[in-house]
Design a protein around this ligand. Structure first.
Ligand code: AKG
Length: 324
């Protein structure tokens, strides 16, 4: 792996017009593309893969390769990679997340003069949404009230992230894991800054709203220490490979799973809340059951970046794929 560091200077020296045009092109490349019918799925129920209970495997960044990632995802649904990204890059990204999330909450941000490295959404963001203004407005509103923002709102930050990922071998890793080139997603590439107090979020599998005829891997990067009893929300997870979407019976949303179902139905794989450090990477797929960690005594904000990668021919169109 490389010693590449992402700095604020690096982001702010970028050409905002070029980055914006490039992000627009990445989105445009998938406008008329459809996923293949009946793609060969990476995850299929196989009795021989039944995993030992209760653990999410952890490795150091130097140990990571596509074989280890594939094995962990197939058997456990998830993998924690310790020390994937350097601390200084994570500090840069915390500052960038503050600026992007604040800009997205600012009603004046869309005025041309206020656009820049931390807010400069491509023009085709509205037209790429199936329900145009209504969908873009609802999506932005959801993020505004959740303390998050889509990376594509700030193409210079998004392009810097792609560079960071590439420098750390992610493009090759994800390509090998998916068995084809990856794409990313307008809707599921997100900067997050938790709001305090943390609201009780629904347990969910992303496949409940993405669909399941897809090949995916999410890389969730905490930008500061969180989880366990650190005082900042990490993730609550069910440490078990699932092969389908769990029942939404009794849950708040049709895509979520009730807490009593989660607490009662996974004997030997009870929910757990791992401790994460800035720069760890938490990989999981669309069948993995999780939620924002919930406790009533959080005192610290948590920053994170969620990046979903999909197979270039096995993607959920409703998440608005974009080319890498
Ligand atoms: O950051 C969080 O708390 C939630 C992230 C999440 O649900 C995801 O990455 O799918």
């Amino acid at each position: 792996m490389t010693a590449f560091e992402l700095t604020t200077e690096h982001i702010e020296q970028r050409n905002t017009a070029t980055d914006c045009a490039r992000m627009g092109t990445r989105i445009e490349e998938y406008r008329t593309r459809e996923a293949r019918d009946n793609p060969e799925l990476l995850i299929r129920a196989e009795a021989s893969l039944a995993a030992p209970a209760g653990e999410i495997p952890e490795i150091a960044a130097q140990e990571l390769d596509a074989g280890i990632l594939g094995e962990a995802i197939k058997r456990h649904g998830a993998l924690i990679v310790r020390g994937m990204f350097p601390a200084a890059s994570m500090a840069t990204l915390r500052q960038a997340a503050d600026k992007v999330i604040d800009a997205c909450a600012d009603p004046e941000a869309d005025k041309t003069a206020a656009r820049g490295h931390y807010f400069n959404p491509p023009n085709n963001l509205r037209s790429i949404m199936p329900n145009k203004d209504r969908e873009l407005g609802n999506t932005r509103n959801f993020h505004r009230t959740s303390g998050s923002a889509m990376c594509v709102e700030a193409p210079s930050v998004a392009e810097s992230l792609l560079e960071l990922y590439e420098q750390h071998g992610l493009k090759e890793l994800v390509t090998q894991y998916l068995g084809e080139a990856p794409c990313l997603s307008v809707k599921k590439w997100v900067l997050r800054r938790s709001l305090l107090p943390v609201a009780e979020a629904g347990w969910h599998q992303d496949g409940a709203f993405m669909g399941t005829d897809i090949n995916t891997i999410n890389m969730w990067i905490p930008l500061n220490e969180c989880g366990g009893t650190t005082g900042a929300p990490g993730m609550d997870v069910v440490p078990q490979r699932l092969y389908g979407i769990a029942s939404a019976e009794g849950a708040q949303f049709e895509w979520s799973v009730s807490d009593s179902h989660v607490q009662g139905d996974f004997a030997g794989n009870e929910p757990t809340a791992p401790v994460f450090q800035a720069g760890d990477a938490f990989f999981f797929d669309h069948l993995f059951l999780h939620r924002t960690q919930y406790r009533t005594d959080f005192t610290r904000t948590r920053y994170a970046i969620e990046t979903w990668f999909f197979g270039a021919t096995a993607f959920p169109k409703n998440q608005i794929p974009l080319a890498w």
